[in-house]
Design a protein around this ligand. Structure first.
Ligand code: CO
Length: 677
C-alpha cells in the first residue's frame, strides 16, 4: 500500500454523513455504452436511457460513456434510431456530467480505416453535437492512427483521452514486448501528443491486480496526465485489479450500474463505493441514490433486454482468458469456425499454434479486429498447411496487415510470411511504412454526391459515408421513403413480458410445434429454438415483436452476444477502395445463417485442375475471368468464410476454363468453384 492510500475509518462511517475524501477516486459510468454493448448486444434504446439519465446525472460521475463503439452502428442498423439524435438527447439529459465516447481512431465508429476527410468531419460533427471526452484507441497501438482525429479533438477544445490497448504474450505483464517499459513508452507518446488523460484499456480482462499496481504506480511516476483504468470483468480479476490500482494511485476507474455489470462487462459501482467508505479515496457517492437507479432499471428497462443476455453458462467468468490470455469472444469465434468446418476436434492444435501465428504477424494486441485476424489465420494454418508449406491459405485481412494498412505492429512481421502473403497483392508487394490513411483517397465529396437527394445535412452524409449500405437504408426510413421493418421497432414492456412468457413455455416443453401457413390472417409463425431444437411457434398478435430473434438468442447464445469489441466482424478492408459494398456488420444470428449451399455442379470437367472450396462460405469475387491466363499461386477467387475473405489460389498454371458459381453464391466444402485447364 502506498502512502497515498489510507484506510481511515471515521466514527460516522455511514452513507449520509461521511467526510469528503482528500483525493476521491473518480468514476466513469459505462452503463449506456460498454455496459449494454457487452451484455445486451448494444441494443439499448434512447427511450430506455432517458428514464435514468437525470438520476445518473446527479451521482457525481467524472463522465458517462454513452456513445461510440458499436452504438453508431446498432442505432441506425437495428433500432432505426439516428445515432446523432441519441447523442443530442443524452446531452439534454446529462446537464452536469460530461459525455464520453469510444473512438476507434482512424476507424472512427466503423470497422475500417476511413480517409482523413471523413475522419475530420466526423470528429467536428461529434464535438458540435455535444461530445466532451473522446476516448481514442487503435487496435495496433499505432498512434499515427490518432493524428488526424486528435488534431480535430484539440481544435474543438475537447478532452482527448489516449488509450493503450493492454495485451499480453505471457500469463502476466512482461516478456519481450508487452512489459512495463512498453506501456510506459506508449504513455509518454500519448503525453507528447497532448493527451488530457491516459487510459489503460484492458478489453479482455487480462490485467491482474499486482500488475495493475506496478503499472499504475510506474505510470504515475512517469507521466503527468491522470491515469484511467478500463478493465473488463471477463476473467473475474477486475474488482481486485481496481482495488490494487486505487492503492497505486489510479485517478479514474470505469464501472457499470450493477444490472449492467459483470460477465463480459465491467465490475459494478456499488460494491466499490462501499469498499472505499471512509478511506482517503472515498468516491463520495450515495449507494442509496445508485440503488434507486438500479430499481428503476430492473423494473422498467431490463425486462426488455434480458433475453439478449448470454445465460448459456452458469459461470459468469470466462476461465479461457486466464488459460490462454485471449479475449473470450475470440475463442468462441474460433470454436464456431471449427464447428462450421467439421473440425472441432482440432481446437487444441489451434490453441497450440496461436502464439506462433501471432508472433509471425507482429505480436499484435488481441482486440477487434486483430484478434479475429490472428484467430482465423491460425485456423486456416491448422486446417490447410502441410509439412512442405505454411500459410497456404491467407485471408485478405492478413495481407492488408502485412502490407501495413492497419499500421505498424508491435514487433516486426516475420519477413518470410510477409513476402509470401504479399505475392501478387494488388497494392504492391512492398509493404508501406507511412501512416496508413496517407494512401487513402478522400471519400467525403463522393459520399455527399451519392446521397444528395437523401441527406439533409452533414450528419446524414456521415452515416452514409461510414455505413454505406445500412446507412442509406436508415436515411430512407428517416425521411419516410421506405417503411422500416417490424424488427427495428421498439417494443413495450408488456410485449417483452409476453415474449419472456413464450420462451419460458417453450423451454418447459409447452410449446406445440405446429405448422401454420405464414400468411394466415393474424398469425405470425416463428421458429423458436429450445436447446438447439427448432420449434415452430404461431403467435396470434397483430404486432408481434421480434420473437424469432428473441427466442433464438435466448436459446442459442452465440457470438452475436459477445461484446462487439471482441467479436465485431472483421470484413475490415482498411483501404479497399471503393469501400466494400456492405460494411462488416455485427450480424444477427439469423442473418448469419447461410442459405443452403447449392448442390455441387456435377463434378468439374474431367480435364482440368479444380479449385475447390476448402470450407463452406460465400463467393465474394473472381480475380480472373474465363479465358484468363493463370500462373501458379495467382489468386483466382475470394471466398468469404466466418466474415473473413480468403484468397483461393491456383495450384497450377494454365487458363481459367470454367466457373461454376456466381459472386454471392454460397458454396459447401469441396464444391468445385472453377477449373483451370
Ligand atoms: Co470496453
Amino acid at each position: 500500500m502506498t502512502d497515498h492510500f489510507q484506510v481511515k475509518m471515521t466514527e460516522k462511517n455511514y452513507e449520509a454523513d461521511r467526510p469528503k475524501a482528500e483525493n476521491p477516486v473518480k468514476i466513469m459510468d459505462l452503463t449506456l455504452r460498454d455496459g449494454h454493448q457487452s451484455l445486451f448486444a448494444t441494443r439499448g434504446r434512447t427511450e430506455d436511457m432517458i428514464p435514468v439519465a437525470e438520476m445518473m446525472d446527479n451521482i457525481g460521475f467524472w463522465a458517462v460513456e454513452v456513445w461510440g463503439g458499436a452504438t453508431f452502428d446498432t442505432t441506425h442498423r437495428f433500432l432505426n434510431e439516428d445515432p446523432w439524435e441519441r447523442l443530442r438527447t443524452m446531452k439534454r439529459y446529462f446537464k452536469k456530467t460530461p459525455l464520453s465516447m469510444l473512438l476507434r481512431a482512424q476507424n472512427l465508429v466503423g470497422y475500417r480505416n476511413y480517409p482523413d476527410d471523413v475522419a475530420k468531419a466526423f470528429v467536428q460533427r461529434t464535438a458540435e453535437n455535444g461530445m466532451d471526452v473522446f476516448r481514442t484507441f487503435d487496435a495496433l497501438n499505432d498512434f499515427r492512427n490518432f493524428e488526424t482525429v486528435v488534431k480535430e479533438i484539440k481544435a474543438a477544445d475537447k478532452h482527448f483521452q489516449g488509450c493503450i490497448c493492454y495485451t499480453l504474450t505471457e500469463p502476466r505483464m512482461g516478456g519481450e514486448i508487452y512489459n512495463l517499459e512498453f506501456y510506459l513508452n506508449k504513455a509518454k507518446e500519448l503525453e507528447n501528443m497532448g493527451a488530457d488523460t491516459i487510459c489503460i484499456k484492458d478489453m479482455a480482462g487480462l490485467l491482474s491486480p499486482y500488475d495493475a499496481f506496478e503499472l499504475v504506480k510506474a505510470l504515475k511516476e512517469t507521466v503527468k496526465p491522470p491515469i484511467h483504468l478500463h478493465s473488463h470483468f471477463t476473467s473475474g480479476m477486475s474488482p481486485m485489479t481496481h482495488l490494487k490500482a486505487i492503492e497505486a494511485g489510479v485517478d479514474i476507474i470505469d464501472t457499470c450500474m450493477c444490472p449492467y455489470a459483470y460477465r463480459t462487462s465491467h465490475a459494478a459501482i456499488e460494491p466499490l463505493v462501499v469498499t472505499l467508505y471512509g478511506t482517503s479515496r472515498d468516491t463520495g457517492f450515495s449507494v442509496k441514490a445508485l440503488d434507486e437507479i438500479n430499481q428503476k432499471l430492473e423494473a422498467d428497462i431490463l425486462p426488455k433486454y434480458k433475453h439478449l443476455l448470454d445465460d448459456s453458462k452458469v459461470s459468469i467468468i470466462d476461465t479461457n482468458v486466464l488459460l490462454h490470455q485471449t479475449p473470450g469472444g475470440m475463442l468462441s469465434n474460433l470454436v464456431n469456425q471449427l464447428r462450421e468446418m467439421d473440425a472441432l476436434d482440432r481446437i487444441n492444435e489451434v490453441y497450440d499454434l496461436l502464439p506462433k501465428v501471432r508472433k509471425d504477424l507482429g505480436q499484435v494486441p488481441l482486440v477487434t479486429p486483430t484478434s479475429q485476424i490472428v484467430g482465423i489465420q491460425t485456423v486456416n494454418n491448422v486446417l490447410f498447411d502441410d509439412e512442405n508449406e505454411s500459410y497456404k491459405m491467407t485471408t485478405q485481412q492478413v495481407k492488408d496487415l502485412c502490407y501495413g494498412l492497419y499500421g505498424k505492429t508491435a514487433a516486426p512481421i516475420n519477413p518470410e510470411v510477409q513476402k509470401k502473403v504479399l505475392k501478387g497483392y494488388p497494392r504492391g508487394e512492398e509493404p508501406i511504412t507511412c501512416r496508413p490513411a496517407e494512401i487513402l483517397e478522400p471519400e467525403l465529396e463522393k459520399a455527399k454526391e451519392d446521397v444528395k437527394d437523401l441527406a439533409v445535412d452533414l450528419d446524414d452524409v456521415l452515416i452514409y459515408a461510414i455505413y454505406p449500405t445500412t446507412g442509406k437504408k436508415f436515411l430512407k426510413y428517416k425521411y419516410g421513403l421506405e417503411e422500416p421493418p417490424e424488427s427495428v421497432k421498439p417494443k413495450t414492456l408488456e410485449q417483452a413480458k409476453k415474449e419472456e412468457d413464450l420462451v419460458r413455455k417453450a423451454r418447459a416443453g409447452q410449446v406445440v410445434a405446429k405448422k401454420k401457413p405464414e400468411d394466415e390472417e393474424g398469425l405470425r409463425k416463428f421458429t423458436v429454438m429450445v436447446d438447439d431444437e427448432p420449434f415452430e411457434v404461431s403467435v396470434e398478435d397483430k404486432n408481434p415483436p421480434v420473437v424469432a430473434q428473441v427466442a433464438q438468442q435466448t436459446a442459442q447464445p452465440s457470438q452475436a452476444q459477445q461484446p462487439m469489441q471482441q467479436q465485431a466482424p472483421v470484413r475490415q478492408q482498411p483501404a479497399a477502395s471503393p469501400a466494400p459494398p456492405s460494411q462488416p456488420a455485427p450480424k444477427e444470428k439469423a442473418a448469419e445463417e447461410k442459405p443452403e449451399p447449392k448442390p455441387s455442379p456435377a463434378a468439374a470437367s474431367a480435364d482440368g485442375t479444380p479449385i475447390k472450396a476448402p470450407m463452406p462460405g460465400t463467393v465474394i469475387r473472381f480475380e480472373k475471368k474465363i479465358g484468363d491466363a493463370v500462373n501458379e499461386g495467382d489468386t483466382v477467387v475470394i471466398l468469404e468464410a466466418m466474415k473473413m475473405e480468403n484468397s483461393l489460389t491456383a495450384t497450377t498454371a494454365g487458363t481459367l476454363k470454367s466457373i461454376h458459381f456466381k459472386e454471392g453464391d454460397s458454396v459447401a466444402k469441396n464444391d468445385v468453384i472453377c477449373t483451370i485447364g
